[in-house]
Design a protein around this ligand. Structure first.
Ligand SMILES: N[C@@H](CCC(=O)N[C@@H](CS)C(=O)NCC(=O)O)C(=O)O
Length: 205
């Protein structure tokens, strides 16, 4: 198996964290790529027409795309293995998927804001659109602050993705200052960020 990833990509980081948590990181060849929406290169589009990372290439030449499905695949591959279970069984699955979707939503808005700054020329930028993305991020942070018990309960792909999304805000959007109005989330993050899978994959350029 081969994982296409980049060090700054928070979605690719989800796949790396899933591989470390399930102790399968040594089973996968990691291929680092440099891509962006306007510069996908040739390598990733050859195996994923969307040209996005993460993309997981399987030995039979097929690929799994989108971080949520890659993480599900990694979890399935680990049936009976000694790493943690990334997606709980039974009714608890819905809470984990809900958390993962919320954190993915923070990441989508945060990544769009970066593209806005890097790709769109200043005179074409629309402040209302930027504000709408910031509002999505803030509303979701408020929701997580109000529902902190869900995060305290278990480590799964939902809570790990929330940690990844908060790290990404620290990495790319320090000016948002998310900790100020979210003290419970901040305390939770201070604790979970020391987990080895998160420590080993902190984003960098
Ligand atoms: N929903 C996708 C999003 C993946 C994504 O947007 N990845 C970015 C890097 S952070 C990317 O590949 N961007 C290149 C592009 O948009 O063409 C997932 O969860 O994997």
């Amino acid at each position: 198996m081969k994982l296409f990833y980049s060090r700054p990509s928070p979605f690719a980081r989800k796949a790396l964290v899933a591989l470390i948590e399930t102790k399968q990181i040594d089973d996968v060849f990691l291929e680092e790529v440099k891509i962006g929406p306007m510069a996908p290169g040739d390598i990733v589009p050859a195996v994923n027409p969307l040209g996005k990372i993460p993309t997981l290439l399987l030995p039979d030449g097929s690929s799994i795309i989108d971080s949520k499905y890659i993480c599900r695949y990694i979890d399935e591959k680990n049936q009976g293995g000694d790493g943690i279970k990334l997606y709980p069984e039974g009714e608890n699955i819905w809470e984990a998927l809900h958390l993962e979707a919320l954190a993915d939503g923070i990441l989508e808005a945060a990544v769009l804001l970066i593209y806005e700054i890097r790709i769109r020329s200043e005179k074409l930028r629309v402040q209302e659109w930027v504000d709408a993305q910031l509002l999505k991020i803030n509303r979701t942070l408020n929701h997580l602050e109000d529902n902190i018990d869900q995060l305290l309960e278990n480590i799964n792909m939902g809570s790990l993705t929330v940690a990844i999304s908060l790290d990404y805000l620290d990495f790319r959007h320090d000016s948002i200052g998310w900790r100020k109005n979210h003290p419970k989330l901040s305390a939770w993050h201070d604790h979970i960020k020391n987990r080895q899978s998160l420590n080993d994959t902190y984003p960098s350029d």
